[in-house]
Design a protein around this ligand. Sequence first.
Ligand code: C2E
Ligand code: MG
Ligand code: MG
Length: 751
Amino acid sequence: MPTPQKKRGRLKEERRTGARKKSSGSVSGKEYNYVLQITPEDTQLLLRYRDTLAQGAASFAETTYNYLFDNPDIADVLYAYEREGGDIGELVRGMLEHKLALLAGDTGEKATRSTEAIGRGHFRQGVKPVWSLGAYRLFMDHLQHLVDTEPAIAPEDRDRLESALIKMIFRDLAVMTEGYWRAAVEQLTDQRDELGVEQNLAGEILGNIPQLLWTVDIESNRISYASPGTRAFCNEALEAPIPCFYRIHGAERERVLTAWQKVIDGEAAELDVRLTPSEEGEQRWYRLAFYPIANRRGRVLRVHCLMEDVTSSHVERERLEQLSTRDDVTGLSNRALWFDRLASALAVARRNPGASVAVMILDINQFKMYNDSLGHRAGDELLRQVAGRLQKVLRDTDTLARLGGDEFGIVLPMLQDAEKAVERVATEVMAALSPPFSYQQKELCLSSAIGIALFPQHGEDPYSLASHADSAMYRAKWNASPYLFYESGSAVSASEHLQFSGQLHGALEREEFELYYQPKVDLASGETRGAEALLRWQHPQQGLVLPQRFIGVAEQLGMISPITDWVLATALEQGRHCLVNGEPIPISINVSARSFQSPGLVDRISEALARAGAQGASLEVEITEGTLMSDLDVAASVLSQLSELGVSIAIDDFGTGYSSLSYLKRLPIDVLKIDQSFLEGMAGNPKDTAIVRSIIELGHNLGCKVIAEGVEDESVRRQLQAMGCDLGQGFHISEPLPDASFRRWLSRDAH
Ligand code: C2E
Ligand code: MG
Ligand code: MG
């Protein structure tokens, strides 16, 4: 079924542009002429009888087509050709032209190329060479009949003409078949080239993507393919199933092997593991994905593996988790996570008979003052420092959280001897928080109150335990205790606290405050050298309330300055009547941290002195060591101004803070008051005695008088006297007494 070349354009299978780079060249007609020994005589003979042989070509064409349409396979091809818009009539004419050219004995290159093109066309249209062979046989029969019977052919030419015709038909058939073959080869070459281009492209992509890919052949347990990235990642012999398996974190390897088992069983698996990508590199997160490729019977033949670095998404996820469970100021757990941990700790304790859980709530005293006076940045910084110190005290299994504001929560899980254990932690916490904090080269002292509730005795669920710890914390604040356990009857709630605060507000106007006086006596002579004014609140319901229960609250409420003013004025006024040998004795007043730091204290003191018509020497100001150290710059300036007024300065509770000795030396301090806790220990603890002795010595070296407070018995008094302590104050000498009683005591003392 030769196709005319000029019509071939329509049937031409479209080749993708550029896909075909190499061509197998063209058929060389000369080779055929040589092999078939086609001579010029053959060509001449054919030319001579061309017209004779061309007779009946039309009827031959028809016979051929009948033959072709009789074969259903060939007919299908022809119908398809028609459907594509091809014209069978044109095909017929094209075939005739070709056959006539063959009869002319044309063996030139042009004619050869045209025959070859027919073969190529057949290949593209799916015409089998064997079908063409049938058409050639028909043509041969037709020509042989003409050669045998046509009278125009000279008898002596018949054999040679037949031989020439056979050679030409062979030639045509072979050239056409070679065209067919060349087209097939070219198509294969094109396909191979395309495949090569695709492979290169795939290689390029695999070499540049961050994911690592490899394939494991399950039968041989070998890596049959590894992407360039995989080879770069594991720069050594690739061992199945995971290249450089040892780089996976030890704790994750078991999970990887389990996932591998799963994939061999035919299930895809995916997991994230920690991995160290290079010797000196840091650990990162990688996602491993295994995809099984199974045969029809479900047996896994290969596993495709993909590995990619997912560190950034892990970091992001952790960050999001942190946001929802972390306090962003301190980085500690937040309230939600703390309750969650508390609930888990309770669940574990419930399964372990005898086990306890302790809930501690810690609140920083006067934090608001620092926040207000130094700014929120300072406040945040202090909270971070507090968090850091608390973390050092606690174990990894304890949960520390910032519950909000200046409140911290602690969960101590799985305790055996709970009370003892919690007391130990509470003491350690207090010790950790006592050294001054620093902010912008300033030293600040903080104190705190801790409330404790225990599971199971104080509550069964997280919320009741937390609320009980909270009320214990308020009670600790009221009583100025460092920590207190929850007590069911004496619960102090936030609302009671509020009520108490409200009552404190009006206490000054309602004249509910009163000063008690406690004498300070010379240990050697027994003479009274002064008295300390100690504040009391006559509470309408609760009776006499001691200052430690309300001074802190007054500070928090910003009420301490008017109270200090009242104490100052009252002490100066009443002090005028506290006479020893007819002379008024100096009265000490306590000035709290907040009063001390508030501007105008010196002015207010000098005004009060003036109003009372008193000399500076009739007044002593006691400030605690903590107050002094919390802001040394302020302390230095206030103390020197007070000193100029002639007011004496005493450092209260000395030995409990962290005084900088070099600084103390530069401040105008007149008196060191040894904290009563050292005196309590003197009887049994030689270390306390040593401390007391050292303070006395230090005070004298600094040019100060030394007074011991809390002298409760004669033996201590004697010890102190023997150690050279100047003054003493305490229940052994006299309890703090109301004004009138104190005056009576003084007059009795005089006799
Ligand atoms: P402080 O200045 O160290 O006062 C000494 C405290 O020890 C007083 O308690 C006193 O009653 C108590 N005390 C005296 N002798 C003994 C003794 O022999 N044994 C024992 N165990 N205690 C003794 P008080 O009156 O309850 O005052 C407690 C604290 O309240 C004072 O400690 C002081 O820091 C503060 N305070 C008292 N009055 C005022 C005030 O007017 N203004 C300010 N801001 N604070 C005050
Ligand atoms: Mg005092
Ligand atoms: Mg004291």
